[in-house]
Each structure stands twice: as C-alpha cells, then as structure tokens.
Design a protein around this ligand. Structure first.
Ligand SMILES: [Zn+2]
Length: 192
C-alpha cells in the first residue's frame, strides 16, 4: 500500500522525528475500504462457517467491564474449530440475539430506528460501529492523523476546485465537441 510504504515514510524523512502529519482524505469509495479482517457485517453469515470473512476480535461491555470477543471459534472447539461464528452466535454470547426477529432482512434493511433483524442489531454494536477504514487504521497506527473530506462538497473539498477547472478548460477547448474529449482521453491513455 502506497500510503504505508511511500507517503508516510516520505513525510517522516522530510520532517524528522516528533512531527505528526494530518492527512486530508478525499471521500472516495477506495478510501473507505476496510481491512481484510475488519468487523464488517456484510461479510458475515448468520450461521457459523461457510463462505464468510475471518474477522478480528470484537468486544462488548458486561457489568462495566470490556470483554474481548473472538469472531472465530478456538482451535479446541468440539464441533467448529477455527470456524467463524456468524451473527447469531456472536449476538448470543453478548445476550443480544432476538429470537423473534429474522437473522437478516431479505433485501437491504430499511429501518434506521427500530431493529428489523439481528444483523441490524450487531451492526450497531460499538465494536462494529467504531470499525475504521484501512486508510484511517494505517495512518493512525503510524501515529498520524486524518480527516475525511465531505463528499462532493464544492467549497470544503478542495479537489473539487481542480475538477471544476479541468471541466471548464475542457469545455472551452473542445467547443462542445465530444470527439475532442474522446481523442484527448485516448491520447492520454496511449501516452501513459
Ligand atoms: Zn434488517
């Protein structure tokens, strides 16, 4: 990953020890991607095993104490050694499984306020809710800071100014001809 191998080391070389960088991150889909073992509800099944992600430990509060909760059964489990637990078992362990609700909604969950399914409940637990993107995890693990810019905001997201200028020049130079834009794009692609 360029951030880890190039950008952060370049900053640290340029400024020396003791300086903290603040990265401003454009809010694109790629930048909000999660790490391979992140707590992401869409990567889980309701039941144990099958095709589902092997995720890092979560946690929940019990009597004022933070309890670490593995998402995978231990190697000495009698039936399901080293198997991902799935939504139901994870919620049962912290006493949050709602037997009257479905495991998950057939289509996307619609509710924002009332629990529609058990998947919805787990997604809102603090360990899942605090899951950070891989970009943020990488920056913070190196001791730096990051802020995500507002999506598409024309004033508070400065890259939008550059896009705006690109579009302005393109519009001016092409005199409205689509063929000009196509040729330009093809030329750029073959040049690179
Ligand atoms: Zn639901």
């Amino acid at each position: 990953m360029q951030l880890k191998n190039k950008l952060i080391p370049a900053f640290e070389r340029a400024h020396g020890a003791g300086y903290q960088a603040l990265f401003l991150i454009d809010n694109s889909q790629g930048h909000s991607a999660y790490g391979e073992d992140a707590l992401v509800i869409s990567r889980m099944n309701i039941k144990p095993g099958g095709r589902q992600a092997r995720m890092c430990n979560g946690w929940f509060m019990q009597g004022g104490v933070k309890v670490h909760q593995p998402m995978i059964y231990p190697i000495n489990h009698p039936d399901l050694p080293e198997t991902p637990k799935g939504v139901k078992a994870v919620l049962m362990e912290c006493g949050l499984w709602q037997p009257k609700l479905h495991g998950k909604c057939e289509k996307a969950c619609k509710s924002n306020e009332d629990a529609c399914c058990n998947k919805w409940i787990l997604e809102r637990q603090p360990d899942f809710a605090e899951q950070k993107s891989l970009v943020q995890e990488t920056i913070e693990a190196a001791g730096h800071l990051c802020l995500f810019l507002l999506k598409f905001h024309c004033e508070l997201n400065f890259i939008e100014f550059f896009w705006g200028m690109v579009k302005k020049y393109l519009c001016y130079d092409s005199e409205g001809r689509v063929s000009y834009i196509r040729d330009l794009a093809q030329g750029q692609l073959t040049n690179n």
